[in-house]
Design a protein around this ligand. Structure first.
Ligand SMILES: Cc1ncc(COP(=O)(O)O)c(C=O)c1O
Length: 374
């Protein structure tokens, strides 16, 4: 990935889609190859369904403003689960203040799993959109987004999936899931920061208004002297949603990260993380004064272990572990409603990826024992 980014700047650095010169042609080819790669990686139908954005947050905001602003009105309802990352709550809350629709929050069980009965019972003829994270960034719980998407479609509603924590960690097939929108971020899957993807079904994206205005996203801007007015037609998909100079090297880096992940195999990535999680959960039981949250059934979750140490704040735990070179996240992980359900101010979070090993977990558990019993 690093070589690909460096290679782009050394050999092909130019803007895309605007110039006839060689470098621009090369940059455009690489950028569009990256789109094609992502299309295949998530099994989309068409590369027009792959919109490059800054990340999951921008992807969800794109849907909120391009679709929601024009389609949600007073009397409508949007369903959101209480385990969402704030990026799948706040855009809808902001928009509901503008357009006057209601947000219905679906419950989460005390072990962090989704209360499917509650979510499904909240669908009515007013529901226009169902939002759900594929994997919780706090507990690692994997949600059956296909099941909720099916119910959404039966009610004539759309389904948006926050896949920030699934696309990097498991095979994700948008055709199989049959969802309308799916968002993820490159920086969680070995790619640079500032690049992410919104997948949207083509027929749907075609109906959407642009998100931001500027260069690249237009086909034509013509000015009428008589009417003192310009008329604008939008570019084709997906460029209609990519105003301004895109993150070209980010997309190229993402392509290379995907090449790498594909070489590992996404099923193997998931298996590796589950094995590490199982090992960590088992070993953490040896630590007194440590509370672990979320389900222990590995069928229900992947590589994230939230926990607290009795008598210490999560930031203290993270700082103490940091002294030993162990990086944990601490705080409420942009998911405060879920922490309220867990009746917690915050949690520390151990999470695993392709590069982690059982030896690192052994080291972590040794440190944890020292901290918890100090
Ligand atoms: C589940 C989930 N959704 C959304 C986001 C937001 O992603 P980004 O900050 O890349 O936009 C994150 C990031 O932590 C996440 O874990």
């Amino acid at each position: 990935m690093l070589d690909a980014v460096r290679g782009f700047y050394e050999n092909h650095n130019a803007n895309v889609h605007r110039a006839v010169h060689t470098l621009s042609q090369e940059a455009t080819a690489l950028y569009e190859n990256a789109r094609e790669k992502i299309k295949k990686f998530i099994n989309a139908q068409d590369s027009a369904e792959i919109v490059f954005v800054r990340g999951t947050t921008e992807a969800i905001n794109l849907v909120a403003y391009s679709w929601g602003l024009r389609n949600l009105k007073s009397g409508d309802e949007v369903l959101v689960s209480l385990m969402e990352h704030h990026s799948n709550i706040v855009p809808w809350e902001i928009l509901s203040k503008i357009n006057g629709f209601r947000i219905q929050y679906a419950k989460v069980n005390s072990d962090g799993t989704l209360n499917y009965e509650d979510y499904e019972s909240k669908f009515t003829s007013k529901t226009r959109l169902a939002c759900l994270g594929h994997v919780s960034n706090v507990s690692g719980v994997i949600n059956d987004v296909k099941r909720i998407g099916k119910v959404a479609h039966e009610h004539g509603a759309l389904m948006l999936v926050d896949a920030a924590q699934s696309v990097p960690h498991m095979p994700v097939d948008v055709k199989y899931l049959d969802v309308d929108f799916l968002a993820f971020s490159g920086h969680k899957m070995l790619a640079p920061t500032g690049i992410g993807v919104l997948y949207g079904q083509k027929e749907l994206l075609e109906q959407l208004a642009p998100f931001q205005g500027g260069g690249e996203m237009i086909r034509e801007v013509s000015f009428s002297q008589e009417q003192n007015r310009s008329s604008i037609s939008w570019n084709e998909l997906p460029w209609k949603f990519e105003a301004g100079t895109p993150n070209i090297c980010g997309a190229i880096g993402l392509m290379e990260a995907v090449n790498y992940l594909e070489r590992l195999g996404m099923a193997e990535v998931l298996q590796h993380e589950k094995a590490l999680t199982e090992y960590a959960l088992k070993r953490m039981q040896e630590c007194s004064n440590v509370m672990v949250y979320g389900p222990s059934d590995l069928q229900l979750k992947c590589g994230i272990v939230p926990f607290n140490v009795d008598g210490l704040s999560s930031h203290d735990v993270a700082l103490l572990c940091d002294n030993y070179g162990i990086m944990l996240r601490s705080g409420f992980h942009c998911a405060q409603p879920l922490h309220q359900i867990f009746k917690l101010q915050s949690s520390a979070r151990a999470s695993f990826y392709v590069y982690n090993t059982t030896e690192e977990i052994d080291r972590f558990v040794d440190v944890l024992k020292e901290i918890a019993n100090a």
